[in-house]
Write a protein that binds this ligand. Structure first.
Ligand code: GUN
Length: 307
């Protein structure tokens, strides 16, 4: 067993996303150092509009990770009244800036701004979120060499591969079910699994008998954003479960400030699923840390392609 997998009390291997992401970040930092020695410092610009507290936390972690990797890191914080035209002007300026290789506009954006229009303004070569239609299209035609792949699915695939390797399996030919059809996770995840020759089903809110569909899967990727919606009893014994969900739910008791405690849970009922699965990602500490690591990896990739 590799150092990124922990045998749990429940019987399943627990895939340690923190350990895997630390390995990815170390590789990115080494790659960045090589590029810097050649005179090119990878540059990442993160744009935050408004004061959404969750977004502020994410953006801060992204900036910190970029600095840890040795990148040139800039953050643009704009007021919640920013107009679409102002945001587009900033994106165009970053598109033209040779010191910037990656641009990330944190979502969600305020109501007055058309998010899709903004995402489509980002130069595909600097689109480190992989949300531009050009990158979605390159992924769909199986051209990962030219695409920038969305961070959460790219990180999920690495965790899945680590578990597969430890179990002596390969993805090719396996039945994979992705629950969720978002452009950010579900659809690109399905494309990545298809490129690895899995037989892929995308399930969603209109899927009939989700329990039966999930129950056939050798690989389950849960990306619905509903706390513990995927029941442990649905999981086929020996399946691998990747839980993309990060949901805050009420906990027990009060915190130090006297406020009701909260806790994070995934989209999968963890303990019951871990009793049946061969391997599973925890929440927190599974897919979450991989997303930021893959953002750094995409920024390095963009900088290398430019150099
Ligand atoms: N908001 C939540 N997740 C993401 C992400 O992966 N990228 C961006 N840009 N915004 C987000």
């Amino acid at each position: 067993m590799s150092d990124v997998l922990i045998k749990s009390d429940h019987g399943a291997l627990i895939i340690d996303g923190k350990a895997v992401s630390a390995n990815v970040l170390a590789e990115v930092a080494a790659g960045a150092a090589e590029l810097i020695a050649k005179g090119v410092r990878p540059g990442l610009a993160v744009v935050l509009v408004g004061e959404d507290p969750a977004s502020q936390v994410y953006v801060k972690s992204k900036g910190k990770a970029a600095e840890t990797c040795g990148f040139h890191s800039v953050q643009h914080t704009l007021s919640r009244e920013t107009t679409q035209a102002e945001l587009i002007t900033l994106v165009e300026k970053l598109n033209a800036d040779p010191a910037i290789h990656g641009i990330l506009v944190q979502l969600p954006l305020p109501k007055q701004i058309d998010s899709q229009l903004v995402l489509e303004t980002i130069s595909p070569a600097k689109d480190v979120d992989g949300f531009h239609p050009v990158n979605a299209g390159l992924l769909a035609i199986g051209d990962r060499k030219r695409a920038l792949v969305p961070c959460t699915p790219a990180g999920s695939l690495i965790l899945l591969q680590a578990a597969m390797q430890a179990l002596g399996r390969t993805i090719s030919g396996q039945d994979a079910v992705v629950v969720g059809r978002s452009n950010i996770v579900g659809k690109p995840m399905a494309q990545l699994l298809l490129a690895e020759s899995a037989t892929v089903t995308i399930a969603h809110s209109r899927t009939r008998d989700l329990a039966a569909v999930v129950g056939r899967a050798d690989i389950v990727v849960a990306a619905v954003g509903i706390p513990e919606m995927i029941k442990g009893a649905w999981i086929k014994p020996g399946a691998i479960v990747i839980d993309v969900g990060i949901n805050r739910v009420p906990g027990e008791g009060l915190n130090a400030k006297g406020e009701p405690k909260s806790r994070l849970v995934g989209d999968v009922e963890f303990a019951a699923a871990a009793a049946r699965a061969a391997a599973i990602t925890p929440v927190p500490g599974g897919v979450g840390p991989m997303t930021i690591a893959m953002l750094m990896s995409n920024t390095l990739t963009a900088a290398r392609r430019k150099a």
